[in-house]
Ligand binder design. Structure first.
Ligand code: CO
Length: 210
């Protein structure tokens, strides 16, 4: 137990040394402040670390993660991260990145009882219900989960576009929303091309006259 947690501290010492070896000013530069171009909303899954899978450095991506990369319009945590990233850091892109083999998506497809967690997974069940005509035709459960993973990302991008924060920003400047799915089995990101660039991309009822 002790050895397992020591591994993290030891790893940190090696990280710090190697960064300073490559660039003695590395941490000094980072400590001046951050100006990331991207906000990443991803799954909490330990196999999808934002910086590692995009080969980026500290300071390049502002990150929010939760189970199954959901954008829930009453989630104060997500809305605060979004507002800070868009308004103060002035990120140019917001990326929702789901991943194949997502435990949250698989759990939402079934009827097992998980307790409190089911209230969160309910959001994915709503995505399933909205697209059930397409999903029900897919016989393989794995393939159906893959498709639900993609549809979930598309719906979360739409949810982003419906927020007051994104719509207020669109009145002032461009902000690009992206939907991606990461493959745990090959390490590759698939761009679902669900870019939402303006309020014309969302259904009329959700458009706000800000
Ligand atoms: Co996941």
């Amino acid at each position: 137990m002790e050895i397992s947690y020591r591994k993290l501290i030891d790893g940190n010492r090696r990280f710090s040394m190697s960064k300073k070896f490559d660039d003695p000013e590395y941490f000094k530069k980072l400590s001046l402040g951050q100006k990331p171009d991207y906000l990443w909303i991803g799954c909490s899954d330990s196999r999808v670390p934002a910086n590692e899978v995009t080969n980026t450095e500290s300071g390049e991506i502002f990150v929010h993660r939760n189970i199954a990369n959901l954008v829930v319009h009453t989630d104060m945590n997500l809305l605060s991260v979004l507002e800070y990233a868009v308004k103060y850091l002035e990120v140019k892109h917001v990326i929702i990145c789901g991943h194949y083999g997502c435990g949250g998506v698989k759990a939402a497809m079934g009827n097992d009882f998980h307790g409190f967690l089911d209230n969160w997974l309910r959001n994915i069940k709503d995505v399933y219900h909205k697209h059930h005509l397409e999903l029900d035709t897919i016989e393989s459960l794995d393939k159906r989960a893959d498709r639900l993973t993609e549809l979930n990302v598309v719906e979360q991008v739409r949810n982003l576009a419906k927020t007051t924060i994104v719509q207020e920003t669109w009145k002032k400047r461009p902000l690009h929303l992206h939907g991606w799915v990461y493959g745990i089995n090959n390490g590759l990101i698939k761009d679902l091309s669900v870019i939402h660039d303006g309020t014309e991309d969302i259904e009329a009822i959700y458009r706000l006259n800000v």
